[in-house]
Each structure stands twice: as C-alpha cells, then as structure tokens.
Design a protein around this ligand. Sequence first.
Ligand code: PEP
Ligand code: MN
Length: 269
Amino acid sequence: MLNNKALNGEKIIVNIRDIKIGIDNRPIIIAGPCSVESKNQIIETALSLKEIGVDILRGGAFKPRTSPYAFQGLGYKGLEYLKQAGEAAGIPVVTELMTENDLNIVSDCADIIQIGSRNMYNYPLLEAVGEINKPVLLKRGMSASILEWIMAAEYIAARGNKNIILCERGIRTFETYTRNTLDLSAVPIVKKKTGLPVVVDPSHGTGIRELVNPMSRAALACGADGLMIEVHLDPQNALCDGQQSITLDEYKSIYEMKRKIIISPTSIH
Ligand code: PEP
Ligand code: MN
C-alpha cells in the first residue's frame, strides 16, 4: 500500500516569485487559453487577465491531443510567445512538458512545469522533473486512483524536488454528460496525506463552460489552494477546448467571487 516518505503530510508552501501557493484561505488563480495560438492572442490574453486579476498565466505549447491530426500546439514558438506574454504582463507562466528531451527549454521558459494527465504515469518524466528545482504542477491521471496520484508525486519528491502543486482535473467514470467527473473529495484527502497545495481545474474537470463557475466555487469551498481555468478571447473559435473555455467576462465574475469570499473549510482528520 501507500508508502510515502518524502511527502509525509508536513505542510509545503510552493513559492513562485512573490506568489505563495498553499497558504490557508489564500487561493490563487491560474488562467489562460488551452493552447498558445499566436503571439498576439497570448499577449492580449495575458494583459487582459492581469487587468482583471490573475496570479499565473497558463498556455500549452505542446498539446497532448487524442487525435494525431488535431492541432498539436505551436511547439517551441509557443513556448517563446508564452514567455513573452508573461513578461509583458509581469506574471509567471505554466506550460506542459511532454518529453524529457524538452526539459531544459521548458524550464528555461516556464516558472512552473506542468505534467499532464496522460503523463502522470510516465515515471522517467516524473523522475526528471524531480531532479530539478522548478515547481511542478502534477495533474491527476484521468484514470488514476488517489493513491496512484500521491505516489506519482512521491516519484518527484523522492528525487529531491518537493515544489509540487497537485491538480485535480476530473476522472473517467460511467458518466458521459460531462467530459470528466470532477472528484472534489480528493482535494482534502491529498492535501492532508501529502501536505502539498492542491489546485482544481474545473475546465477539464467538466468540459462544459457553464459548469466552470459553480465548480470553481465548490472547489474553493472544499479547501482548494487555487483554480486552473481555461480562458479564451473568443471561445467559439478556439483551436483547442473551446467548449470548456470561458470568456474574459465570465472569468471576471469568478475572480470577483474568489476575492470576496474567505472560506474556512473544515479539515479532515
Ligand atoms: C491542459 O491543462 O492543457 C491539459 C491538457 O489537461 P489534462 O492533462 O488535464 O488533460
Ligand atoms: Mn485544454
């Protein structure tokens, strides 16, 4: 069974520049498009989000798509545009690393390295990000149990890097109305077991734009340390995940909600 040694439940705060993730009642927001589509798109998105209020910009350069014929992201060019957008807005950025070959270039461009749902079981990749000192956002595998997810984090921490943020992004169940079933009960469990900060991605967690706001509220109410939300300037024409992407106006109401509420979730014992 579970044998987590490096992550033993002792609270870990992850620092990204002046942002602290994991402080009680101080949830952060990561927002941005599913993928970087052009230089203008990502810079305009970054500046608009910054104006409303955001902590970290997201944007995929390498996209793990189900179909090899779907848009795969802009690759290295996308990384560069994301970095420029973060600099223009003065905010840190997070992007996905898909292969160890790109570890250096992704860690040069990004403040946080994302390990996507499909790679949660990629142990060599987990070990590679464990060897460096960059914060890692580890998404839950879409069919991973809570213990498998915790042990994936342990793979990273065992190599020395405990700057890990866990991300609940929904799991596969018999339900097909939603893209995934957002398992919020995992949030207090993994927080307590690992001591790591946990953020929730209601965009992939539901796949439905209208559900992003209510599930963001629910995530904060159960003690999530932050949200990761897909926002697009023009969701209808997004190259990836438009149906779950919210507009800037919709984002604004989630940001306002987060700013107003102080939530004190009851911790589990
Ligand atoms: C993403 O966040 O862009 C993504 C691909 O998510 P996931 O790995 O959770 O499917
Ligand atoms: Mn997406």
